[in-house]
Design a protein around this ligand. Structure first.
Ligand code: SAM
Length: 176
């Protein structure tokens, strides 16, 4: 999907504070840990949470010793996340930026986490598949990513779904 199609899909004000592409819902703490387990997060990983909310996934990754970045377009969420990182003394590993997730540079990530909504994931599919390095793991809470077939799908006893993808070494060639 090209940039014009993404802009059309998101609408004219997307990416500005107050114009969320996905609402603020939080992943429950035990599910955060399951997402990191599913990703096989290690201390040498660099995680990015696109749409980080209060920063809980980033903070959990930092507690496990990984570098982690959270981006959120909502300044209130970013302020909350930064305060939590400071309270826990995680500021060296956990960083947060107020940023439109469609603008986030993904090339450094070895793990990407998502809890957005289905159509936003679909708009992100090409970006994720073409910019992430081979071997990067992507874990999404609740929603698939367009036509990308997950390697694993986990259903929790509470009937929540987690999906895992691992970026293959073959370059992504779909031009949609
Ligand atoms: C469902 S919440 C997920 C929060 C967190 N990742 C979690 O799992 O608990 C989605 C978050 O995405 C943020 N968001 C929505 N549109 C965004 C955009 N275009 N750029 C950055 N963040 C965005 C919202 O402010 C919200 O905090």
């Amino acid at each position: 999907m090209d940039e014009a199609a993404i802009r059309a899909g998101r609408g004219p004000f997307a990416g500005q504070p107050g114009q969320l592409d996905a609402p603020f819902w939080s992943t429950p703490p035990e599910l955060v840990e399951q997402m990191l387990d599913l990703a096989g997060l290690r201390p040498e990983d660099r995680l990015i949470d696109l749409g980080c909310g209060d920063g809980r996934i980033v903070l959990a990754a930092a507690r496990r010793g990984a570098q982690a970045l959270g981006v959120d377009v909502d300044p209130q969420r970013v302020a909350e996340a930064r305060s939590a990182a400071a309270r826990e003394g995680l500021g060296r590993l956990a960083t947060f930026r107020q940023e439109d997730l469609f603008e986030t540079s993904l090339e450094e990530a070895t793990v990407v986490t998502l809890y957005l909504i289905g159509y936003v994931n679909r708009l992100l599919e090409k970006r994720l598949r073409s910019r992430l390095h081979p071997g990067c793991r992507v874990v999404s809470h609740a929603f698939g990513i367009g036509s990308w077939q997950p390697e694993r799908t986990v259903e929790t006893p509470e009937r929540r779904r987690l999906y895992l993808w691992v970026v293959p070494s073959a370059p992504y060639s779909n031009s949609r």
